[in-house]
Design a protein around this ligand. Structure first.
Ligand SMILES: Nc1ncnc2c1ncn2[C@@H]1O[C@H](COP(=O)(O)OP(=O)(O)OP(=O)(O)O)[C@@H](O)[C@H]1O
Ligand SMILES: [Mg+2]
Length: 224
């Protein structure tokens, strides 16, 4: 964890110092680039700190879910906007699909978005260039709505399927493969707790070398 906090903090301090002291002269195009790096590092730290705080508040029962009708298509759109650029840079294909007649999800929109962003981050971290990430939604016969995130990345060996849902649980091998920020290992624990708070479930299907599928199942609206 300390490494994860130090890396972006060092970037923020180092780059802002260059700008602050005009180390490259009065005006230099690199200043703008550095401002961008500072912004990204700050954003990354904010996400990390928010997740850590949420996890501890979840443990003390201090997080409430505010359910409202949520458009899955709208959430997918915001996900697309958020990740299209990074996917392009990493050589990954993103595919989102929802049936036209999908009813609204009864859920806490901010939390659903937080869960999806966490799962997208994972899919992108652990899938190599040329890979594909597919996100889809469907309605079950009983009215439950499922959202699935599939990737054809490095996958997770069966013996690690429990570990990764533990706080700070990470598979060392997969971190070596990750070209993005390594994270601290709380994303999945947090996502599963959020689904449980919705009365739903988060399930994993994954095999080493074959990719990973995560299914979020939200209960039918009358039970939600
Ligand atoms: N899509 C995936 N493909 C392969 N391995 C995965 C995938 N998602 C998660 N993992 C494995 O599960 C571990 C735990 O994931 P989790 O999201 O909880 O933590 P993290 O991504 O390492 O860090 P954080 O989410 O806190 O930034 C990862 O470190 C990785 O080993
Ligand atoms: Mg993660």
């Amino acid at each position: 964890m300390s490494h994860e906090l130090r890396t972006p903090l060092n970037a923020i301090i180092g780059f802002s110092d260059i700008i602050r002291t005009s180390a490259l002269g009065e005006s230099d195009p690199r200043y703008r680039e550095y401002a961008h790096d500072i912004y990204e590092s700050g954003q990354h730290l904010l996400d990390l700190v928010s997740d850590v705080l949420d996890l501890s508040r979840l443990n003390t029962g201090d997080i409430e879910i505010h359910k409202e009708p949520v458009s899955v298509a709208a959430i997918f759109d915001s996900c697309k906007r958020m990740y299209a650029h990074r996917a392009d840079k990493l050589g990954l294909r993103l595919k989102f699909s929802t049936p036209d007649d999908l009813p609204p999800l009864h859920a806490d929109m901010l939390r659903v978005r937080q869960v999806l962003y966490n799962l997208m981050d994972n899919a992108m971290k652990f899938t190599s260039a040329g890979g594909i990430i597919e996100v889809l939604a469907r309605e079950n016969k009983d009215g439950a709505i499922a959202i699935e995130i599939h990737d054809n990345g490095i996958g997770i060996a069966k013996e690690h399927h429990d570990l990764i849902f533990e706080k700070f649980g990470q598979v060392r091998d997969s971190i070596d493969h990750s070209h993005e920020g390594v994270g601290v290992g709380i994303g999945l624990a947090l996502c599963r707790r959020f689904l449980e708070l919705h009365g739903g479930t988060l399930t994993l299907k994954s095999a080493l070398g074959e990719g990973t599928s995560i299914t979020l199942l939200f209960p039918p609206a009358e039970n939600a």
